[in-house]
Ligand binder design. Structure first.
Ligand code: T5A
Ligand code: NA
Length: 216
């Protein structure tokens, strides 16, 4: 009897300008181009194209003001909008790569002082990633990369606070064993970062047998 495989759910997290979008694109083409070529889709959070996403976009570009709780819930709602799409892809054997996910949601809001458990609550029940790649860079690296400083959250002290919450989430993920959390040194050149990412992803590239978990 052969167990059916599903697509893998892979999340790329990290500080602003750590190269998440760059690496997500490289990973997608690598998954699709290899010998065991897998279908892979890329989704990005926030998804600024939906009605909720447009509100988030206006907030991030400081064109609107929102209560900290309200914007947190919008980011979460934006993930729920795509949850059924994620499930459908995985069930059809398609690998899903998410550029940011619920962990960014917690990190940015808890940094502002909202209670950690409160921040986690609205994402409970979302599909849990099989693998989270945390792209780690120091603030000095982020500063020299293009465009840094244009959006609301991109100041250095914000990034420091966000990093501290990400570290807590990583520890908890490792302790509970709900999905894998792998830290990648993303301060190096793109190809080296991509190699480390591939090493972590390759075992999943032929599909996953275990059933999908939910957060948290
Ligand atoms: N947010 C998000 C919340 O508060 N709550 C939430 O729930 C969620 C999901 C927008 C903001 O929203 C917050 C977090 C953010 O502050 P976003 O739209 O993902 O989130 O932000 P973006 O601006 O699109 O992305 P980032 O700034 O995070 O950049 P990336 O994707 O990490 O980096 P990337 O790949 O775009 O690269 C940035 C620059 O660096 C270069 C690239 O060419 C590019 O110029 N670069 C490298 N340079 C040298 N060496 C390398 N290895 C490089 N890799 C990339
Ligand atoms: Na990005």
């Amino acid at each position: 009897m052969t167990a059916t495989t599903r697509g893998a759910f892979i999340v790329i997290e990290g500080l602003d300008r750590s190269g998440k979008s760059t690496q997500a694109a490289i990973l997608q083409s690598r998954l699709q181009g290899g010998e065991q070529s897998a279908r892979a889709v890329l989704i990005k959070f926030p998804d600024r194209t939906t009605a909720i996403g447009k509100m988030i976009d206006a907030y991030l570009r400081s064109q609107s003001e929102l209560d900290d709780h309200a914007i947190h819930l919008l980011f979460s709602a934006n993930r729920w909008e795509l949850a059924s799409t994620i499930y459908a892809h995985l069930a059809a054997g398609v690998t899903v790569i998410a550029d940011r996910y619920a962990f960014s949601g917690i990190a940015f809001s808890a940094r502002k002082g909202l209670p950690y458990e409160w921040c986690r609550a609205p994402d409970i029940g979302l599909p849990a990633p099989d693998l989270t790649l945390f792209l780690n860079v120091g603030p000095e690296v982020a500063r020299v990369r293009g465009g840094y400083g244009e959006e609301r959250y991109e100041m250095e002290d914000v990034q420091r606070g966000v990093r501290a919450v990400f570290e807590r989430i990583g520890e908890e993920t490792k302790r509970t064993g709900q999905g894998e959390w792998v830290e990648i040194d993303a301060s190096r050149e793109k190809d080296l970062v991509a190699e480390d990412i591939w090493r972590a992803v390759e075992p999943l590239s032929i599909g996953v047998v275990s059933s999908l978990q939910r957060l948290w």
